[in-house]
Write a new protein. Structure first.
Length: 76
């Protein structure tokens, strides 16, 4: 599933919403992803995530992060 470019806070909100709607426990996510449970706990209580960790969570939840291709530049 692709998501549009968005701010980090919006990505965090998306991750939290998906985790809650799927009723995923911190233990299950930690076991499946290798992300330590205390890291997940801090995040779920308002802390931040490293981009790499957010990427792992998004992939685990079925999302894909891709860089937009550069627009072709025209010369005048």
């Amino acid at each position: 599933m692709r998501i549009p470019l968005m701010a980090a806070s919006t990505i965090a909100e998306l991750i939290l919403k998906e985790m809650q709607s799927r009723q995923l426990t911190q233990y299950r996510i930690a076991k499946d992803t290798g992300i330590k449970q205390p890291c997940l706990s801090r995040f779920m209580n308002g802390g931040s995530l490293k981009m790499e960790t957010a990427g792992v969570l998004l992939e685990y939840l079925g999302y894909e992060i891709r860089r937009k291709s550069a627009r072709a530049r025209t010369t005048s």
